[in-house]
Write a protein that binds this ligand. Structure first.
Ligand code: GLU
Length: 292
């Protein structure tokens, strides 16, 4: 399947999950994505990935917007909220079900962790496929009374899509190998979608031509490329930037309050200076790029 032609002007995006305050790594990522689009007279969009009903909070959305504005980041068009796009995700899931590529999964996290054979992928244990082989009548019966997620039948999906690749700004043409990720979740028990499905659909719906995101999401790109092919969506160009680590060598995370943009603001740091420094890859003391 060949990807659709991309629009002429560049569209980039920043897509935070509102589960905590933004840190300098987020600020750096958003600045790079905005600058890329502006240099091409393109558009930079903001998307709030708020499908996680328990961890996403409205106060974090407000804080994200405040932090980005403080750093001098402005976006084009309305902010897109994933929580307002659930109908589109359900429609795509229905398509995948009609293609016989999705099956209900009743396993709990504990069931999966307990599976002795489960190898580990970038997102934890690879699902061992327990529910893939359930008989149709058992499936129907359990679906009426047990909470269930929906998973992709990855083997079948990969055979249907055929060989795929994506364009990577640093590595050229990269072969997609989604099989490594196993039967990933398309819709969670508590939401009619998953990060993979929502992100892939949104990037296409928002006309995103260039996805710039952290190296930690490179593994996800294999899955997103497959979903694009199955759902006839265009494939953007990808660039995965290195992650930032703190003094302990651990990846910056929203939990490390000390490097939140809000804390730098509270310390009286000038946002224009910080933005210039981040653009020049000069990070606050103790923070550095992870070794590639
Ligand atoms: N929402 C994801 C995060 O905050 C980013 C998703 C993406 O850029 O594709 O880590």
């Amino acid at each position: 399947m060949t990807p659709h032609p991309l629009p002429q002007h560049m569209v980039t995006r920043f897509a935070p999950s509102p589960t905590g305050r933004l840190h300098v790594g987020h600020g750096w990522s958003a600045l790079m994505a905005m600058d890329m689009a502006r240099a091409d007279s393109g558009a930079f969009r903001l998307r709030i990935e708020d499908i996680d009903g328990t961890r996403s909070r409205p106060e974090h959305v407000e804080a994200i917007i405040e932090d980005l504005r403080w750093l001098g980041i402005g976006w084009d068009g309305d902010v897109v909220f994933q929580s307002q796009r659930l109908g589109d995700y359900e429609a795509a899931l229905d398509r995948l079900k009609a293609m016989d590529l999705a099956y209900p999964c009743f396993c709990t996290r504990a069931d999966i962790a307990a599976s002795a054979t489960a190898p580990h992928g970038s997102e934890g244990p690879v699902y061992p496929g327990t529910c893939r082989g359930l008989r149709a009548d058992e499936r129907e019966r359990r679906m009426t009374r047990e909470p269930h997620a929906w998973r992709i039948d990855m083997g079948r999906a990969v055979s249907m899509a055929g060989p795929l690749s994506w364009q990577d700004a640093d590595h050229g043409t990269v072969s997609a190998n989604p099989l490594l990720a196993g039967d990933v979740v398309l819709a969670r028990k508590d939401a009619p979608t998953s990060y993979h499905l929502a992100c892939t659909l949104d990037d296409a719906a928002m006309g995103v031509t260039h996805v710039l995101r952290g190296e930690d999401l490179r593994a996800a790109t294999h899955i997103h490329r497959l979903l694009q092919a199955l759902l006839d969506l265009s494939s953007p160009l990808y660039r995965h930037h290195p992650l930032l680590v703190g003094p302990d060598g651990r990846r910056l995370a929203k939990r490390d309050g000390s490097i939140a943009l809000a804390d730098l603001r509270a310390q009286g740091i000038a946002p224009t200076q910080l933005a210039d420094d981040l653009r020049a890859r000069r990070f606050p003391v103790g923070i550095r790029l992870a070794q590639a």
